[in-house]
Design a protein. Structure first.
Length: 477
């Protein structure tokens, strides 16, 4: 059963309970009024005035003054011969007409009877022993009692209508504020199940429970939509990764297979040709091996396997990376500014980070472009910065620079070498060490790559390190 039907059913039960309560109260009040009237009739009929006056004609003028609002009569013991005694009635008032059966049957017990003309109701009592050889009948009209009951019924009716109207208003308000948002949420959920992830619950009021539920529902939908968007992006990256990996592996395999087919066909008969072919086969094999190693490293990092943790001097790794770059390209100006910094991590992987960043700056800038390396500590975070003064990158390239196999040149012509995994490895290794990698660039103003890593918590005294310019060992201050 729906909540709306339950609320309406509860309203009907309350209305029925209210009606039953009114009926019970009215019946009890009517019974109490009748009981009091009967008590007054019995007390009046037993008063000594009747014993004194009935034998003497019931007063000099035919009726008692104090009891003129009562109907007084005498009847035979069988209820016949009802004779009115005294006035006892107002002008135009219709007297009661009790039947002989009522008088004879209900002696001593008050009973209700109708008036002679059929209009009005009387309450009467017949007593023996008050009239010689007969019954004394005393009655009072119930017009006041009936008027009181009618006023009470009217008050109860108006009060019940007012209570039910107020209750209906409250229920309508509760349903409007409580049930309508739930219906809206159900409709939104149906639309989302049909594939429309952009739907949201509208017009939510955070002051109500249903409104807060709507806000939480919208927040959950945003999270779900974002999760679906990330999953789609991840699937797209996975498809692109598989395509790029296949492309990268296919190139060296094609070269290896080509040289093998050429040798089988007898095309490498000269010693010089065979030596060149073997050299190319070795180069392509090393290239494919390096690509596979990079892919395996990224796969292990994606599985969030813990990396080796031990104190590593980041400044010494940067110095080694600069030294290697100067040996490969002696004519390029490469400067380094490094303060002693110790981090907890895998020395081999961090060395790979430094080498990839320096190589990336060297490969993607024209010969002779200055490269600057800096290592320092900023608010408890070790920062490795590699910047260049090259042509820079457009913003759309910077946004994807850490993606795997991504190249700004979509033609994939290998004029600059590399597999497109170097910066991806930098980003993955930084995250595996609890840090991050960022890139900024301005066209014609160079690029800047920064790797942030947590500083070692218990590095101890700084060990001896080499002078970064001359290579002389010195003690850190």
């Amino acid at each position: 059963m729906s909540l709306r039907r339950r609320v309406l059913l509860g309203f009907l039960l309350v209305a029925l309970a209210l009606v039953a309560t009114n009926v019970a109260l009215a019946s009890g009040f009517e019974s109490d009024l009748i009981r009091r009237t009967d008590q007054e009739l019995l007390e009046t009929a037993k008063r000594p005035i009747f014993e004194r006056d009935l034998h003497g004609g019931f007063g000099p003028d035919g009726g008692p003054g104090p009891l003129s609002d009562l109907y007084i009569a005498a009847a035979n013991t069988d209820g016949t011969g009802l004779t009115r005694l005294g006035r006892g009635l107002d002008e135009g008032q219709s007297p009661p007409a009790p039947s002989p059966q009522e008088l004879a049957r209900d002696v001593g017990e008050p009973f209700t009877t109708h008036a002679v003309t059929g209009e009005g109701t009387w309450r009467a009592v017949a007593l023996e022993g008050r009239v010689r050889g007969g019954l004394l009948v005393v009655a009072t009209e119930l017009d006041q009692v009936e008027a009181t009951l009618q006023r009470m019924w009217l008050i109860q009716l108006l009060g019940s209508v007012a209570v039910l109207a107020a209750l209906a208003s409250v229920l309508w308000w509760v349903l409007r504020l409580g049930v309508r948002p739930l219906v809206a949420m159900a409709s939104t959920a149906d639309d989302i199940a049909a594939g429309d992830l952009s739907r949201r619950v509208e017009d939510v009021d955070e002051r109500t429970e249903a409104g807060r539920l709507g806000v939480a529902f919208n927040s959950m939908l945003s999270e779900i939509q974002e999760a679906f968007r990330e999953r789609e992006a991840s699937e797209a990256r996975l498809r692109q990764f598989a395509a790029d990996a296949s492309h990268e592996l296919r190139t060296p395999l094609t070269s290896i297979r080509g040289y093998a087919d050429l040798w089988q066909a007898g095309g490498l008969r000269e010693p010089g040709q065979l030596d060149q072919a073997m050299r190319r086969l070795s180069e392509e094999g090393r290239r494919m091996s390096a690509l596979v190693e990079d892919l395996l490293l990224l796969a292990r990092l994606d599985q969030q396997r813990p990396v080796e943790r031990r104190p590593v001097r980041l400044d010494l790794l940067a110095a080694d990376g600069v030294t290697d770059a100067r040996a490969v390209e002696p004519g390029r100006p490469i400067t380094i500014e490094a303060a002693p910094v110790t981090v907890d991590g895998d020395e081999r992987r961090l060395r790979q980070v430094v080498g990839n960043l320096v190589t990336n700056a060297r490969v993607h800038t024209p010969p002779g472009t200055p490269i600057h390396v800096r290592v320092h500590v900023d608010t408890g975070v070790a920062r490795l910065e590699v910047s260049d003064e090259g042509p820079g990158m457009p913003p759309d390239v910077v946004a994807h620079v850490f993606e795997r196999f991504y190249r700004g040149d979509s033609s994939r012509i290998r004029t600059t070498g590399g597999t497109g995994l170097g910066l991806s490895i930098v980003d993955a290794v930084a995250r595996a060490h609890g840090g991050r990698a960022t890139a900024t660039s301005r066209e014609r103003h160079g690029s800047r790559f920064v790797v942030e890593l947590p500083v070692a918590t218990s590095a101890g005294p700084q060990a001896a390190h080499r002078d970064l310019q001359g290579g002389r060992p010195t003690m850190a201050g």
